[in-house]
Design a protein around this ligand. Structure first.
Ligand code: SF4
Ligand code: ZN
Ligand code: ZN
Length: 276
């Protein structure tokens, strides 16, 4: 199989690219988003997985300055090897790694009414934003890829509120609401491309699946879409056209002062911490 650009040996079939051209394809996309938002102080959320590892590596290779945040979710047999992979990545890139352990370990959230992955998402978003805001980072970068975007769009359409999902590659900071900006530099890169990128660069990655992922809707949607590549591309294009996030009214949480859409003025993170 030949690279479509230079006819060298391709390391991926879709698109057919060699190591060098896959690398420049991914890094060009990362550079595009960075030039667009021009972050002053960037925080990269690393999970120990391939997406955030590829993102951090591409940013470092592009000469972007950043620090990393690992959120220790306290999941037995999963969090600790993920944390080790994140630490190895930080060492390799020579970057600073912060670790935050939320007060309620994610496995304890399993007892609540809502699916654990949805609550885990709330915890991760809250911790990321609060850490970034309190430490002067104007943007947080996450490793969301094209397949994530297609899956989130599919779930949004199925649940009838596609416009409420965070689909945009860029959310601008809203200081008045104590919100750091958020960017998804790998938004236009597929999961296969990211996996190939992580492999050819030998990035330290923990490949195992989270043991709590059994009812993860996003994962299920991704698996379904992997057999429907045309449909997946269509969903991605739809997400790109919709482009902007639906803006809902924000209130200040009475307990922590961070933003919430809840009319009770108590954010979901504070509610979860209360219910312990
Ligand atoms: Fe959290 Fe669910 Fe992902 Fe596990 S699979 S890390 S519980 S969102
Ligand atoms: Zn090539
Ligand atoms: Zn709160």
């Amino acid at each position: 199989m030949k690279c479509r650009v230079c006819a060298g040996n391709a390391v991926i079939s879709e698109p057919r690219l060699c190591r060098e051209h896959l690398t420049s394809h991914v890094q060009k996309e990362v550079r595009r988003i960075i030039r667009w938002v021009k972050p002053e102080k960037l925080l990269v959320a690393v999970s120990g997985g391939k997406d955030s590892a590829a993102l951090a590596h591409a940013l470092a290779e592009t000469g972007v300055q950043f620090e990393m945040l690992y959120i220790d979710l306290g999941i037995d047999g999963y969090s600790s090897p993920s944390k080790e992979a994140a630490a190895r990545l930080a060492k390799r890139l020579g970057g600073r790694l912060h670790t935050v352990r939320p007060p309620t370990p994610v496995p304890e959230l399993k007892q609540r009414k809502e699916p654990v992955c949805s609550l885990c998402g709330t915890v991760k978003r809250y911790v990321m934003n609060r850490f970034a805001f309190e430490n002067g980072f104007d943007y947080v970068a996450t490793g969301h890829n094209m397949d994530d975007v297609a899956a989130i769009t599919a779930i949004g359409i199925a649940s009838g509120n596609a416009f409420n999902f965070k689909l945009s590659p860029v959310s601008w900071p809203r200081k008045e609401h104590r919100m750091a900006g958020r960017i998804k530099p790998l938004y236009r890169i597929s999961e296969k491309e990211i996996l190939a990128y992580a492999l050819v660069h030998g990035l330290p990655v923990h490949h195992a699946e989270c043991p709590l992922s059994e009812n993860n809707t996003q994962l299920a949607a991704k698996q379904l879409l992997s057999g429907l590549p045309g449909f997946k591309r269509g969903l991605y294009r739809l997400a790109a056209k919709m482009g902007r996030e639906g803006k809902r009214e924000l209130f200040e949480c009475r307990e922590c002062s961070y933003p919430t859409t809840a009319s009770s003025r108590i954010c979901k993170f504070c509610r979860l911490s209360r219910e312990r």
